[in-house]
Design a protein around this ligand. Structure first.
Ligand code: AMP
Ligand code: MN
Ligand code: MN
Ligand code: MN
Length: 280
């Protein structure tokens, strides 16, 4: 297909992490919506890729094997999207498993923190939303808090609970940036700094993060994201150019009714951006 006919969405989730749709359903929805190149990027896991691959072959679209890795950088949690990884790579799998392994104890600490503000049964409640026994996320707690009427909408959960400085937030040590980029590159993939507009960093902190990300072997910045308004798109496109990084595009779709953008709902990259898919 001609390059200008391709539509990329390089960030989304299935039930193998905190999405609402099965991997095959994510792929079918993407194809119906005109996506021609889709990366499934579940949190800290590649378990959905085999099913997604079959569905993509059936739907006639390209599937880019991916994942979204949780990273601790300074005192911040950063997400790094992996694109084009060999999911059979042993070091990558061991790394992902080590990151997932911390999630159960963290969930117990989240539940204990919610208990302290009078919210009971959050661990069992969150677990009732878990769709992969391999991992539990804050999204599952958020669904429980919405269901029990504590909060009206998912996005409000993170304004009142679960985010830094709020009840229900607990610090956690994820992978280091060096480890995450190392696992991704070792598995033949490209590392993308996910939704930088979400990180509460000033201009100096952001430059430091991006410079360190590039120096450790990162390939691209996610310029187009549900988390970014027009000004941020321009800002991160410029930052990518400044640091010699490519630009990526992903909806971060999690499921019907829960996401800012649907699959493929992405504009063109700003002029002057080098797409992460250049050379694929
Ligand atoms: P965790 O990896 O367990 O920390 O969970 C992170 C997930 O929580 C993200 O991938 C999002 O799906 C969800 N999340 C975090 N912040 C927000 C927010 N402000 N609004 C909606 N969902 C959020
Ligand atoms: Mn998520
Ligand atoms: Mn993320
Ligand atoms: Mn995501």
């Amino acid at each position: 297909m001609r390059e200008d006919m391709l539509r990329y969405d390089l960030h989304c989730h299935s039930t193998r992490s905190d999405g609402l749709l099965e991997p095959a359903a994510v792929v079918r929805r993407a194809a119906e919506r005109g996506v021609t190149v889709l990366a499934l990027t579940d949190h800290d896991d590649t378990a959905g890729l085999a099913e997604a691959r079959c569905a993509a072959d059936e739907a006639g679209i390209a599937l880019v094997p991916g994942a979204e890795l949780s990273v601790s950088w300074e005192e911040h949690t950063i997400h790094v999207v992996a694109l084009g990884i060999d999911a059979n790579d042993a070091a990558l799998q061991a790394g992902l498993e080590s990151v997932r392994a911390g999630r159960d104890a963290r969930a117990r600490r989240i539940a204990a923190a919610l208990e302290r503000v009078g919210i009971h049964g959050a661990l069992e409640g969150a677990r009732s939303y878990v769709t992969s026994e391999r991992l539990i996320t804050r999204t599952h707690f958020a669904r429980f808090l919405v269901e029990t009427g504590r909060v009206r909408e998912m996005k409000d959960v993170f304004k009142r609970y679960l985010a830094r400085g709020l009840p229900g937030y607990v610090p956690h040590a994820w992978a280091s940036l060096e480890q995450a980029i190392g696992w991704i590159r070792g598995a033949g993939g490209q590392a993308v700094l996910a939704h930088p507009g979400r990180y509460p960093l000033g201009t100096g902190g952001m430059r430091q993060l991006v410079a360190e990300f590039r120096d450790r072997g990162g390939a691209a910045i996610e310029v187009l994201s549900a988390s970014h308004g027009a000004a941020q798109v321009a800002q991160f496109a410029a930052l990518a150019r400044l640091h010699g990084l490519k630009a990526s595009a992903g909806s971060d779709y999690h499921g019907p009714g829960e996401s800012w953008l649907d699959l493929g709902d992405l504009p063109q990259l700003p002029g002057g951006s080098v797409p992460v898919w250049q050379g694929w």
